[in-house]
Design a protein around this ligand. Structure first.
Ligand SMILES: C[S@@+](CC[C@H](N)C(=O)[O-])C[C@H]1O[C@@H](n2cnc3c(N)ncnc32)[C@H](O)[C@@H]1O
Length: 198
């Protein structure tokens, strides 16, 4: 199912995207817009967690929305690259630079760690309202990333998966739907947007 985003206020997001579109990324404008809109209009308590920031285009889109909704974004990335997107030198510095130049360092906390290690250390009293998974896109890792953070998701939390339809993301997401963890996703280009089943 494709969600129609015509209802979104283009005027609000367009100036933001003009700033962040120069950040190298495979996350398209309409996907960034959806992430921004969700982060800005969250209707459940908690913070925002991103797995896989790379140089921060999605992080910035989410960060701008989070600044409006007064949420904190935790941006988890080991910054070593991966076998599907390639090893990239200078990722961590690049993300920090981009967050700094767009004034988002007060809204985004960088966690430079493996996603599963970060989940093990996640405080049990810090609920998550929105989880965006864009790390390693194998089915195994995608499932592991979701399951590792699932205990901390608020009831009816939003969960987004990038590259739905590519690599192992679709089978992982479809399995979580059939197992009753999450609702059937709305799909914005290759971004699956779904909610935790209460
Ligand atoms: C597809 S890129 C993320 C793209 C980013 N969301 C954007 O807006 O451009 C995937 C990122 O996940 C990170 N990554 C891969 N496996 C990871 C893991 N197990 N833990 C933490 N980060 C991981 C890589 O370092 C890479 O930067």
């Amino acid at each position: 199912m494709t969600r129609n985003f015509d209802c979104f206020d283009e005027d609000l997001y367009d100036p933001i995207h003009r700033r962040i579109r120069e950040i190298d990324s495979a996350v398209a404008k309409v996907e960034c817009h959806a992430l921004y809109h969700l982060a800005r209009t969250l209707d459940v308590p908690g913070c925002i967690v991103e797995i896989g920031s790379y140089l921060g285009r999605s992080t910035c889109a989410i960060g701008y929305g989070a600044a409006d909704s007064k949420r904190i974004v935790y941006a988890i990335d080991h910054h070593k690259g991966d076998e599907l997107s390639g090893v990239t030198v200078g990722q961590e510095q690049g993300l920090h630079f981009n967050l700094g130049r767009f004034g988002l360092l007060g809204h985004v906390v960088m966690i430079v760690k493996d996603s599963l290690a970060a989940a093990v250390e996640w405080p049990s009293d810090k609920p998550i309202a929105m989880l965006f998974i864009d790390g390693l896109h194998t089915e195994t890792q995608c499932k592991a990333d979701f399951l590792a953070f699932a205990p901390y998701l608020s009831p009816r939390a939003w969960v987004c998966f990038h590259d739905y339809g590519l690599y192992g993301v679709k089978p992982a997401v479809d399995r979580f739907v059939s197992d009753g963890h999450i609702k059937q996703p709305h799909v914005v280009r290759s971004l699956a947007v779904t909610r935790v089943v209460q």
